[in-house]
Design a protein around this ligand. Sequence first.
Ligand SMILES: Cc1cc2nc3c(=O)[nH]c(=O)nc-3n(C[C@H](O)[C@H](O)[C@H](O)COP(=O)(O)OP(=O)(O)OC[C@H]3O[C@@H](n4cnc5c(N)ncnc54)[C@H](O)[C@@H]3O)c2cc1C
Length: 187
Amino acid sequence: MYDVAIIGAGPAGASAAIFTAKAGKKTVLIDNDKSMTKRAWVENHYGVMEITGPDLVETGKKQAVKLGAELVNAQVVNITKIEAGFLIQTDDAAFETKHVILATGIATELAEKVGVKTKAGTEPRIKTIIDVDASGRTNIDGIWAAGTVAGVSVHTIITAGDGAKVAINIISELNGERYVDHDVLKA
Ligand SMILES: Cc1cc2nc3c(=O)[nH]c(=O)nc-3n(C[C@H](O)[C@H](O)[C@H](O)COP(=O)(O)OP(=O)(O)OC[C@H]3O[C@@H](n4cnc5c(N)ncnc54)[C@H](O)[C@@H]3O)c2cc1C
């Protein structure tokens, strides 16, 4: 049983995984390698002078794995409710989890298939988004959404930040108190 299954390992999903894994939550990060970010050249990400989209995505995934997330290269084809949470299904594997984060970029088919409520997008070229509240919760308790698919501005710093925000909200819920991750400069 995972604490959190994150679908999509672009900036939103990998950033969420960095936080949940570092907080000691058992995390699986599942991705089918179709990130829009792999086409980007990025000069507007705070703290990074310039980076290719592919390098940003690869570094994000490596960072999540280094901090304890399990990375699976696969397409998630279904999510079903089970007593303890959800069953995430790929073509050849299944994962039980308490919480799910949909960080699927422009893809909303999976959300629609499993009954997550969607609505019209507001950002340029984003037709449909998942209907979330300010915390990132969807209409299904335990399924959250982050990044482009959750309707935030389509920029890496913002989608990554949104993934982190949703992760912190889930960690806080699991811990029963507000969570903060502050490492202190080593002397
Ligand atoms: C050409 C181009 C240039 C850009 N340039 C910039 C720029 O200069 N600066 C900037 O800030 N932003 C730029 N962006 C925008 C930036 O890429 C996005 O804002 C942001 O990275 C989106 O992050 P995301 O995690 O929401 O989505 P994505 O990066 O698209 O990640 C979503 C992930 O979900 C996976 N996925 C979807 N469905 C499933 C499923 N069913 N099962 C498994 N995996 C699934 C996909 O494979 C993908 O890896 C650019 C975008 C493009 C297209």
